[in-house]
Design a protein around this ligand. Structure first.
Ligand SMILES: [Zn+2]
Length: 94
């Protein structure tokens, strides 16, 4: 059940901010667990849509994004509702 140590939502956030990060669990000064984060293909409910007119910012709707990874490794999120791209710079976690 080691995967529970890092909650999925947290891991997804880390994967978006630092796609090549490795999560390390340390106990008694020893590394007990290592996990390479994987960039998710979809993000639900963790990020705010960049578009101020987006329905997810006005109504009680959970945001949904498709994760788009550029060849240079840059990550963008495309909103399912308004199709606007939220870039890393504008990413606001909720
Ligand atoms: Zn949107």
């Amino acid at each position: 059940m080691r995967d529970k140590f890092f909650k999925n939502k947290e891991v997804n956030k880390i994967a978006l901010i630092a796609p090549s990060a490795t999560l390390i669990e340390i106990k008694n000064y020893q590394v007990t667990y290592k996990k390479q984060v994987k960039t998710p293909t979809e993000i639900t409910g963790s990020v705010k849509c960049v578009n101020p007119n987006c329905i997810t910012n006005h109504e009680n709707i959970i945001s949904e994004f498709t994760v788009i990874k550029n060849p240079d490794g840059e990550i963008k999120l495309q909103c399912h509702y308004c199709e606007k791209m939220t870039g890393k710079k504008n990413m606001e976690f909720i």
